[in-house]
Design a protein around this ligand. Structure first.
Ligand SMILES: [Zn+2]
Length: 124
């Protein structure tokens, strides 16, 4: 399951994004996962929990924004939903081969970070 390595990498990127904000914990990380990126959203969420377990980010949540691929039939136009066929998708209306595009996203979209205020050290 390569989702585990990916979860560790996402946490590294999220931590990098909030570097310089001082101590704190990550609350939410939102990632885009394309249909063709070979990543299972469920497995990734599960891997995230394992990746942050025992760290200051243990209570954080990984949100997956699933991005389906775009399927176009040259006769019928855009086809919604996952068309049948594994290596070659066929148009559910006319049976013609579909052109598949997009859906290969794999990005960190947003990191919600909560700064922890150092106890006793605050000077206002
Ligand atoms: Zn068609």
């Amino acid at each position: 399951m390569h989702e585990m390595g990916l979860a560790v990498e996402i946490r590294r990127l999220a931590r990098e994004a909030v570097a310089g904000h001082g101590p704190g914990r990550i609350e939410i990380v939102r990632v885009a996962v394309g249909e063709l990126s070979a990543v299972e959203p469920d497995l990734l969420e599960f891997a995230w929990e394992a990746a942050v377990a025992g760290t200051e980010d243990a209570a954080s949540k990984l949100e997956v924004d699933f991005r389906p691929a775009r399927q176009t039939c040259r006769v019928c136009g855009e086809i919604a939903g996952r068309a049948p066929g594994s290596w070659l998708r066929l148009c559910p209306r006319c049976g013609d081969a579909l052109t598949v595009s997009g859906g290969d996203d794999l990005d960190v979209l947003r990191v919600v970070f909560e700064e922890t205020v150092p106890l006793g050290g605050a000077s206002s």
